[in-house]
Design a protein. Sequence first.
Length: 213
Amino acid sequence: MIVLRAKEVEFEVTYINLLDKPDWFFEISPHGKVPVLSVGGKPLFESNAIAEFLDEMAPPRLHPEDPIKRARNRAWTDFVPDFSADFGRVYYAADEVALAKGMEAARPRLTRLEEAITKERDNDGPYFNGPELCLVDAAYAPFFMRYAFVEPRLGCGLLREFPLVQAWSDALLANERVVGSVADSFEREFVVSLQRRGAMTASQPGSVSGAAD
């Protein structure tokens, strides 16, 4: 929804229970994943495909105009699954041992992002390409939101090791189009998700606005 909000496109949201997906959902989402965007009754699925469609159909353009820069941005959105898999091991860690292993796995991914910001951006940001949101920002923001929720509980300071990524995350979480893109029930639902996965942070105090599981 970050892209929809950034483009000021009117839309309606239907939330589903990811643990008990209705039959109709599988008819419109072949991979059984969210989000799904219905356009004129035709469903679009997979986050990157939806974001690319929206960027073609509605202004303002969030991808760079330069084709090489645009292709490199697409490559960094393709990196999201690898990044999120290891970064998620931090906020879903069941104990201190798992947390240490998760941080060890996440560091190489964060190092690549730190280097990417250095190489891809020739300005002070604050976003991935510069002063305006882009599709790379929209792709990574939900995972920074989740981490920001648990960091007060973990106190691991992982992002402080990567100052450019930390500043990027801070800028995204200060953007209303980002933090306003989630349901009001996010914190409650995310805590339930942490509990379901046996995360060590599930019953610890701490709060931040962010994105749901």
